[in-house]
Unconditional design. Sequence first.
Length: 145
Amino acid sequence: MPTKRNLTGFTLIELMVVVAIVAVLAAVAYPSYIQYIVRSNRAAAEGYMLEVTSLQQRYLLDARSYAGTMTALNATVPSNVSPNYTIATAAVVGPPPGFTVTATPIGTQLARDTMCGVLVIDGTGVKQYQSTLIDTAGVSACWQQ
């Protein structure tokens, strides 16, 4: 009379069900993760842009005019911003004189951040964005600070 053995382990069907569940979860989570990275990079650029506006105000006190370049401000773009954005400043001749600070996305940030695109802040604190999309979320969605 043959004896019955206890077999333990997973069947191929059970393993494939688990793989399918993991694949569905990854397909849902990956786009959210990418959007989180885009927003994080944008927030880092926004923070640095606000720092540049402060540098411009200090430069105005010393030189009686706004700086036309980042070099004149003696500002170095941080390492968490430089791979994703090109930061530039320009003096506005006016009257009244002013300046703009622009963050232009580059590399993968350019491809992924289609909602907001180029971020701009001027000397009066007005925040804007320049997107290639016609239907966009607005300044409040692009400027999170």
